[in-house]
Design a protein around this ligand. Structure first.
Ligand code: SF4
Length: 333
């Protein structure tokens, strides 16, 4: 049983989340199969922490983000939201906590070219959530606050009445960040916030997010396909493969002692990763991940794993461990 103080520190628990999308075909759009996007993922986010979620495209990380912000509902499992030490089961509904959840949990999307309405001025884009939650009574106050937000994200107040097409990708992502933090959320879900940007501005956006995180005491769920991006930012890391969490642990622990062969192959892509471990494991990730419509039997990684044995093709390994967990029959300790 959770104590009141530990509940107070929590923001969200995702418990055994599963998401299957139907594949429909034919005149009557019958269900012909399922895309198994997510298989029983459990993840907890507390105040003031950064959770990194890493995996190749199609591993289910964006589905996980969308379940968390309630764009999708799960096929199975629960979403629990905590507010002032009280637990709210918000699976399939928001009920009484709709307004407070929408205020506390925000999302920054991958592509700032799609996420900002081209017909709205920067002022209107940032003011929209403030108006929805009736934050200011007077427009002058609202305008001053938005000017201040623009400065916080590295833009200037004179940009207020301009439109998204007048800005670069990096500037648009700064506008999206200003909108996301306008309500002073407790949690921001960042879905690959730099992957659509030029390499030259990626670091600037990451640095901005982390400056704001300490200023606003926010938590992040930070999603990326690149382990290098999340390694310095995350307190805890979840490695995902084909809809499953295959390894999770405190960031330093996972980086210094990766256990899952898939995590090790991701580490190999980081140029300055631990040379001793690199020498020991000469793993290269070959081929594409299998389709989530027809995932392999047993361990989902077995067709690409150099350590696979017979049992790996038959039995799916459970995610085991205490603080550092791994789903592998032969972890590479
Ligand atoms: Fe490789 Fe087997 Fe471990 Fe899967 S369970 S990662 S196939 S060793």
């Amino acid at each position: 049983m959770n104590s009141a103080s530990s509940l107070k520190n929590k923001i969200v628990d995702l418990v055994g989340l599963k998401k299957y999308f139907p594949i429909r075909a034919g005149v009557f759009l019958q269900v012909k199969g399922w895309v198994k996007a997510l298989e029983s993922v459990t993840l907890s986010i507390a105040e003031n922490t950064v959770i990194g979620v890493v995996g190749e495209s199609g591993c289910g990380k964006t589905t996980l983000a969308k379940l968390l912000v309630k764009i999708h509902e799960p096929t199975d499992g629960k979403v629990i939201f905590y507010k002032d030490g009280k637990e709210h089961d918000i699976t399939n509904k928001l009920g009484d906590v709709r307004s407070v959840f929408r205020r506390d949990v925000q999302m920054i999307y991958q592509n700032p070219f799609d996420s900002l309405d081209p017909r709205m001025s920067i002022y209107d884009i940032i003011a929209e959530p403030l108006k929805a939650h009736k934050i200011f009574e007077h427009k002058a106050e609202e305008r001053d606050y938005i000017k201040e937000l623009l400065q916080k994200v590295g833009l200037t107040p004179d940009m207020l009445d301009r439109y998204p097409h007048e800005f670069s990708g990096g500037q648009r992502q700064r506008i999206a960040i200003a909108r996301a933090i306008a309500l002073k959320p407790r949690l921001v879900v960042c879905d690959e916030p730099t992957s659509a940007l030029d390499v030259s501005v990626q670091n600037q956006i990451i640095n901005l997010l982390f400056k704001l995180r300490s200023e606003y005491n926010m938590s992040y769920l930070f999603i990326s396909h690149n382990l290098d991006v999340v390694r310095y930012l995350s307190d805890r890391i979840y490695i995902m493969y084909l809809g499953n969490v295959v390894e999770e642990g405190d960031s330093e622990e996972v980086f210094s002692k990766p256990l899952h062969p898939y995590t090790i192959t991701l580490m190999h892509a980081i140029p300055d990763w631990n040379p001793k471990v690199r020498k020991f494991h000469k793993l290269v990730l070959e081929g594409e991940p299998p389709s989530p419509i027809n995932p392999p039997s047993g361990c989902p990684f077995h067709p690409r794993c150099q350590y696979a044995q017979n049992i790996c093709k038959k039995e799916k390994p459970a995610l085991l461990g205490e603080k550092h967990k791994v789903a592998c029959h032969f972890p590479q300790a």
